[in-house]
Design a protein around this ligand. Structure first.
Ligand SMILES: [Zn+2]
Length: 281
């Protein structure tokens, strides 16, 4: 992952090494930072929150689409509910932004339409980016604890296989910053709930393994910790994406709450980091 901060950009962002080398996609992760009127101290606000200013949010969204060469009519955002529903974005999801809302109860988006910007959010929950350069298709999902235990990233890949004929061996994957395994401490019930779901096959729902890998759930100083990055990595690799094609972030939202929005660091969600993925026109 690298930090992209160019003079022409209003919004500096984090980029993924393998995807950044591809000319025909935009894959970015926004942070708290942006520039407005040359001022570097404003907080980037992609979502309307109780304490945010609607005009500021609207200005941020406009900066985002114009920076990456599209418009608000082609911006499709999830209104995620910590589920594992995947939506195939088509022409019905595009059009005047004023008449459209974020897609309700959708945590994953796929498309093969160039110029359509997919967007998910998180303030500790990672997002997962998938890019199929052969079929020219993309998928983006919000993979919080619940989505990760339901293997939403593998389901996203499966939706691309069904809709676009994607071969998992061709796919490049990246995981955005989220909360790291050291910071993500959970209670016994949450750990058990995670383990029970995660051991099931994402498509059939039948149990496929007896125990969960120790790099995904471990006990540290008497409390369980879940490593969402490791869990997503194993989901994707088990689904057929080569491990060498999967980039993990190496950056935690809570450890780096100076740069990134973090629910656990702030004790509330003041705003969210935003994952965007788009095939260039
Ligand atoms: Zn951390």
């Amino acid at each position: 992952m690298k930090w992209i901060d160019l003079p022409r950009n209003s919004i500096p962002y984090l980029a993924f090494d393998m995807m950044e080398q591809k000319d025909d996609i935009v894959a970015a992760f926004t942070t708290k930072r942006y520039y407005r009127n040359g001022n570097p101290d404003d907080f980037y606000q992609p979502l309307l929150r109780p304490e945010s200013d609607p005009e500021e949010v609207a200005a941020c969204v406009q900066l985002l689409v114009s920076q990456f060469g599209t418009d608000q009519e082609h911006l499709v955002s999830s209104a995620q509910k910590h589920m594992a529903n995947i939506h195939l974005v088509d022409a019905n999801d595009l059009g005047p932004a004023a008449g459209r809302r974020n897609l309700e109860a959708i945590d994953g988006l796929i498309t093969d339409m160039p110029g359509v910007m997919l967007r998910t959010f998180g303030a500790d929950c990672p997002s997962v980016y998938l890019y199929d350069p052969v079929r020219r298709a993309i998928g983006l999902c919000h993979s919080g604890r619940k989505g990760t235990q339901l293997h939403i990233a593998a389901r996203l890949l499966n939706a691309m296989q069904e809709s676009f004929g994607t071969d998992p061996g061709d796919v490049l994957a990246a995981v955005s910053p989220g909360i790291c395994g050291d910071c993500y401490e959970v209670g016994d019930e949450v750990a058990e709930d995670f383990s029970a779901d995660y051991r099931k096959d994402p498509l059939t729902g039948s149990f496929r393994c007896q125990s969960i890998l120790s790099d995904i759930i471990s006990k540290k100083t008497g409390r369980y910790h879940i490593d969402l990055f490791a869990a997503i990595f194993h989901s994707l690799r088990d689904a057929g994406i080569p491990g060498s094609n999967i980039e993990l972030p190496g950056m935690c939202t809570k450890c780096r709450s100076d740069l990134l929005y973090s629910f656990r660091a702030e004790g509330r969600i003041s705003n969210e980091n935003c994952a965007i993925l788009m095939l260039r026109s």
